[in-house]
Design a binder for this molecule. Structure first.
Ligand code: NAP
Length: 234
């Protein structure tokens, strides 16, 4: 059975992606940082294991990949948000969001690549955001990390194409997870005014796009950013 690892899969989009990939026949390792109970419950449900690892810490990431023995599919999903004026952001807040969102993709990809290169096959899927394409007011740092992920995706796809490894990204719009918990139900209703499909996305909407990119149906797709946003106006 082919092996996958989904970072930040204790809840939200990552958990949905882990479930969908398991249903598609992948053996999926769960990664979490704080949500131990949720991660272990999901791992039991999928008959797999949950590994605690802060993706921003390269030593922890190295240990996580040593424990898996390498994976055929890496989904770089772990991420955090930060809202506010860029001019109010502290050094620590900037460093944290960059090291988790962008540094995490670097750390995990670097650790995953050698096994994939040896097998001359593999797939990396990065979870970016529409904000990485268009930028978002009061989410400038977050947008910058997601824009960085998009550039990393395109560069790495070229670097790894000759080794038979595909690298793509999904760019979700507004997805109803804990990440939107700072918004009221009324705020969320207003958000849908800017989405032509007329509703917020679900974690499963993104999970299905990830499954497509991971599957054989996408065998000639690499270096792409797949928008999954219900036609959102930004
Ligand atoms: P979420 O519900 O807040 O879940 C975030 C996940 O990331 C959790 O499983 C969390 O694990 C994990 N995580 C956070 N920091 C981590 C770290 N340092 N190391 C390892 N795991 C870490 O968020 P979500 O909405 O599912 O977001 C998933 C991804 O989609 C993120 O990259 C986000 O930027 C992106 N995205 C979300 C939206 C949206 O509207 N929701 C839109 C576009 C893009 P623990 O709980 O165990 O700490």
């Amino acid at each position: 059975m082919k092996k996958a690892l989904v970072t930040g899969s204790s809840r939200g989009i990552g958990a949905a992606a882990a479930r969908a990939l398991a249903a598609a026949g992948w053996s999926v390792t769960i990664n979490y940082l704080n949500s131990k109970d949720k991660a272990e419950r999901l791992a039991r449900e999928l008959g797999s294991e949950a590994i605690c690892c802060d993706v921003s810490d390269s030593a922890q990431v190295k240990a996580m990949f040593e424990r898996t023995g390498g994976v055929d599919l890496l989904v770089n999903n772990a991420g955090i948000a930060w809202s506010g004026l860029l001019s109010d952001m502290t050094d620590a807040e900037w460093q944290r969001i960059v090291s988790v969102n962008l540094g995490g993709v670097f750390n995990c990809s670097r650790a995953a690549i050698p096994y994939m290169v040896r097998r001359k096959a593999g797939c990396i899927i990065n979870v970016a955001s529409v904000l990485g394409v268009y930028g978002g007011s009061c989410e400038t740092a977050y947008s910058a990390t997601k824009g960085g992920i998009i550039a990393l995706t395109k560069g790495l796809a070229k670097e790894l194409g000759p080794s038979g490894i595909r690298v793509n990204a999904v760019a979700p719009g507004a997805i109803d997870t804990d990440m939107l918990s700072c918004f009221t139900a009324e705020d969320k209703l207003h958000m849908t005014d800017d989405i032509y499909i007329g509703r917020l996305g679900t974690p499963e909407d993104i999970a299905d796009a990830i499954c497509f990119l991971a599957g054989d149906g996408a065998r000639y797709v690499t270096g792409q950013v797949l928008g999954v946003d219900g036609a959102m106006v930004i």
